[in-house]
Ligand binder design. Structure first.
Ligand code: ZN
Length: 128
């Protein structure tokens, strides 16, 4: 199982919130709390080390989207500022809440498939 081509796509498992090894077990036990072990293949998920790595990417992406829409509404359609904020703040909030678990799942899956770790060692032990 050390060949990464045997694992499901990290994009699919990460976005679905599934285990990076089997693609079936749930990755999270809460909104963003990673489960201790995969209930299907028993992979030790407590060793994941994605942390808050997905957040900077999302800040740049979603912030850009929100500011872009805000500028279009404010300058292009001459909306009052309260209307711009009434649309863009919920938009940014919803996009953030929807995308954080998916982006974190993607980073965990990429970490598993690429055998990445802080010390150059594989974070996930294959024998777990
Ligand atoms: Zn699994």
């Amino acid at each position: 199982m050390s060949d990464p081509s045997h694992y499901p796509s990290p994009w699919v498992t990460g976005f679905r919130g599934r285990c990076p090894r089997c693609g079936e077990g749930r990755l999270y036990s809460g909104f963003l709390k990673v489960a201790e072990r995969c209930p299907v293949c028993d992979l030790d998920l407590s060793k994941e080390d994605a942390g808050d790595g997905a957040v900077p990417f999302l800040i740049l992406l979603i912030g850009g989207i929100g500011v872009g829409f805000g500028m279009i509404f404010l300058l292009g359609f001459d909306w009052p500022i309260w209307a711009v904020l009434a649309v863009t703040v919920p938009l940014i909030t919803v996009l953030t809440l929807v995308s954080i678990p998916k982006a974190k799942g993607l980073l965990i899956a990429l970490q598993f498939v690429n055998r990445a770790g802080d010390t150059g060692q594989n974070t996930f032990d294959e024998n777990d």
